[in-house]
Design a protein around this ligand. Structure first.
Ligand SMILES: Cc1cc2nc3c(=O)[nH]c(=O)nc-3n(C[C@H](O)[C@H](O)[C@H](O)COP(=O)(O)OP(=O)(O)OC[C@H]3O[C@@H](n4cnc5c(N)ncnc54)[C@H](O)[C@@H]3O)c2cc1C
Length: 341
């Protein structure tokens, strides 16, 4: 049995690992150069920055078990802090016992751990799928036809992207439309003294979340070389995630200066907590077109069809978030091995 998995995010890699464990021959195709998908870490001259998910939670027992193992292996750590919230321009905080986890040293350390012994074809964007009499045929974006034929194809992408790839197949109409909302992510390296207890902020209709990246466990931002070049001379590193409404209104080609907007927002939020205004020394931004699910309470589930050998999974099909990505893969593998499903 041969299975092609498209996407090396948490959903794709978890399904690859579970199928491989049971002796199935698996090949993963990933359009980018590395694993992790929306747990992306950007290596810049002045720091390593998690651009996507900033932390994750574990509510389901199956995921908690995996997180416990990762913690034992030193791949995951608990980020303990009381988040602040911005209410009518004021930062407030209250004790919060929600366990929040981060990958160490980077969010995508989880993906690296899952990808051990998995065959992954990087920089291979799959653009077309065709069910032939010998199995699934895959065509890459450069026109290259993958020689191998697969009994199953598993798509672990945002629903919108899976729908395009499966267009014209009977499964297409089962995949929901417009599941995700966009997000501008902005990293700012700043000079200025900010009280240590401000580590994360639930924001407002402009910026929905701020992480003080430099306060998370086991973060190493500046390597020796960049410090020598003077590139690591800053006090803090922040990650701002703009709200979905704001990011929709100021899409990728927007004329708005995202860095300026982010700095003004952060300065206003911290105004009463700093003696001198923050100064930005480096910045980096990224537009996530399919960042998070629109409604994490909306009912969705994985889509799988044994007769044609198709699985459509991903965080969106199990409540969004990192945990959803993991659980969607387990649900698929359960379906795969149980003929009565
Ligand atoms: C800004 C932001 C903030 C977030 N905050 C949180 C948070 O606080 N907590 C939380 O739990 N979750 C958060 N999330 C959501 C979480 O990151 C995702 O739900 C989860 O990582 C999705 O995993 P996945 O495997 O389903 O998909 P992805 O991680 O998107 O993986 C899909 C993979 O498929 C690849 N791919 C796409 N198209 C093709 C193609 N045609 N051919 C080959 N490869 C392809 C992509 O490159 C990618 O690697 C956030 C996400 C973003 C972007």
């Amino acid at each position: 049995m041969k299975v092609a998995i498209i996407g090396a995010g948490i959903a794709g890699l978890t399904s690859a690992r579970e199928l491989t464990r049971h002796g199935v021959q698996v090949q993963v195709f990933e359009k980018s150069r590395g694993v992790g998908g929306r747990l992306a870490n950007k290596r810049l001259e002045w720091g390593n920055i998690d651009m996507g998910a900033q932390y994750f939670t574990a509510r389901d027992e199956r995921f908690q078990k995996q997180v416990d193992q990762w913690r034992e292996q030193g791949i995951v750590a608990c980020w303990q802090f009381n988040p602040h919230s911005l209410r009518s321009g004021e930062l407030t905080t209250r004790p919060d016992s929600t366990p929040r986890f981060v990958g160490t040293p980077k969010m995508n350390s989880l993906a690296h751990a899952l990808s051990q012994n998995i065959d992954i074809a990087f920089q291979t964007r799959i653009e077309r799928l065709e069910r032939t009499k010998d199995g699934w045929s895959l065509v890459a974006a450069d026109g290259h036809v993958i020689q191998e034929r697969y009994d199953w194809v598993v798509l672990s992408l945002p629903a919108e992207q899976s729908k395009v790839l499966l267009s014209g197949t009977p499964v297409e109409c089962q995949i929901p439309e417009q599941t995700h909302v966009p997000c501008w992510a902005l990293a700012l390296a700043t000079l200025g003294d900010v009280p240590a207890e401000i580590q994360g902020i639930f924001g407002d209709e402009v910026v929905s979340w701020v992480s003080r990246l430099s306060s998370r466990p086991q973060r190493h931002f500046q390597d020796k070389e960049s410090r020598q070049k003077g590139l690591g001379n800053y006090d803090d590193l922040w990650m701002l995630h703009f709200s979905s409404e704001w990011s929709t209104a100021h899409a990728k080609d927007s004329a708005v200066n995202i860095t300026q907007a982010g700095l003004e927002w952060l300065s206003a939020a911290l105004e009463k907590h700093v003696e001198k205004p923050l100064q930005v020394v480096h910045d980096f931004k990224h537009y996530w077109r399919y960042a998070r699910v629109k409604d994490d309470k909306a009912a969705s589930s994985i889509i799988a069809d044994r007769s044609s050998g198709v699985g459509v999974i991903g965080a969106w099909s199990a409540g969004g978030r990192v945990e959803g990505a993991y659980l969607s893969a387990l649900d698929f593998v359960d379906y795969f091995f149980h003929e009565d499903n």
